[in-house]
Design a protein around this ligand. Structure first.
Ligand code: AMP
Ligand code: MG
Length: 336
């Protein structure tokens, strides 16, 4: 069945939360296509897992077809099919996994499981050229300071409760800003001037954001503060906590690179703060390009290709999704 003429091409499917994304990449690191459709919850509401999964299931035929068409490839030219096995929302993960299993079985190519966070890191490394960075991964699902050692991405700091993306999204929802609210909070914050006193919590190398969220929402509801000042203060407090945690890890590990990735990496103020941290420690600062900061098929396709080249695959019977899969439990055979 295979028409593959020596070219290795991996199709990757992302479906952990609101995004259904499909991408094709080749072994030279070229992203041949990166298509997506994103589920938008009703105003004022968060992601409803079953409705998001329904969205993915309806979007999947079109997104797969478009990804193949834009890449100029036929299904028979694929060498492997990768999917985000976790972590994420169970119904959404299962929808993506079902599409991936069907494609891999029909085409008789390996099915490659990918950890979503590893995808954010590897795509950022590909796009920036960072080779051995201390990585700050900030998104809807992760707030993690991580570095590669002994075959895995080891966690040197993380959130003890909610993620940074979640903090911004929930606060934004309470303030009736469009969802996901990170960009709107950033826009308001850029017009804020007054620093409102909010709790900054760093515990060792970890951060904690739930007390900050409660305090910020309480002030919002009480009234009397400008929304711009609240957004500014929320960002300053949350980002300072993260920059502190990252700085400790950087000083301890003496890494020469600091890489920022994940959806929240698009935030200019966060970029500035972490760049300063990097410069103080004589490390080079890298940030994932904005178009690849949020969830996308390319993070899964590229990581899937790296894994495929090392023979990583899973049988259909063992390809159950892992909604709570931890980053530091994933073997990374392609990094030495
Ligand atoms: P991901 O889970 O990687 O798709 O990232 C989504 C998260 O990134 C959501 O929580 C968004 O609110 C957040 N986000 C996107 N753009 C920005 C931005 N400019 N500033 C802060 N957060 C952002
Ligand atoms: Mg993500």
């Amino acid at each position: 069945m295979k028409l593959n003429r020596g070219e290795i091409i991996c199709l990757g499917i992302e479906s952990t939360a609101h995004t259904f994304g499909v991408s094709l990449v080749d072994s030279r690191g070229r992203i041949l296509s990166d298509e997506k459709k994103v589920y938008a919850p009703p105003v004022g509401k968060g992601i409803h897992p079953r409705e998001s999964a329904q969205h993915h299931s309806q979007a999947s035929p079109l997104v797969v077809r478009e990804a193949l068409r834009k890449a100029g490839k036929t299904p028979e030219e694929l060498s492997a099919v990768a999917f985000s096995q976790g972590p994420g929302l169970g119904p959404c993960l299962r929808t993506g996994a079902t599409v991936a299993r069907a494609l891999a079985a029909y085409l008789d190519v390996p099915l490659v499981p990918v950890h979503h966070a590893v995808g954010h890191i590897e795509l950022a490394a590909l796009k920036t050229g960072a080779s051995d960075p201390l990585t700050v991964l900030v998104s809807g699902g992760h707030t993690t300071v991580t570095s590669f050692a002994g075959g895995r991405w080891r966690v040197f700091g993380e959130t003890e409760d909610i993620t940074l993306g979640n903090l911004l999204d929930v606060f934004g929802r309470e303030a009736r800003l469009p969802s996901p609210s990170g960009p709107a909070v950033e826009a308001k914050a850029s017009e804020g001037k007054k620093l409102v006193d909010l709790p900054l919590v760093v515990k060792g190398n970890n951060v904690s954001y739930s007390g900050l969220l409660t305090a910020a929402v309480r002030r919002l509801k009480k009234g009397g503060d400008k929304l711009e000042d609240l957004c500014y203060s929320l960002q300053e407090t949350a980002f300072t906590a993260l920059a502190e945690a990252a700085e400790r890890a950087l000083a301890f590990l003496e890494k020469k690179e600091l890489l920022l990735t994940g959806g929240v990496a698009a935030n200019k103020r966060l970029q500035t703060m972490l760049k300063q941290v990097a410069e103080e420690h004589k490390a080079k600062f890298y940030v994932v390009p904005r178009e690849y900061s949020g969830d996308c098929g390319a993070q899964i396709a590229w990581t899937g290709l790296l894994a495929h080249l090392q023979g990583v695959k899973v049988s259909i019977e063992r390809s159950l999704v892992k909604p709570r899969w931890r980053l530091d439990s994933v073997p990374i055979p392609w990094r030495r």
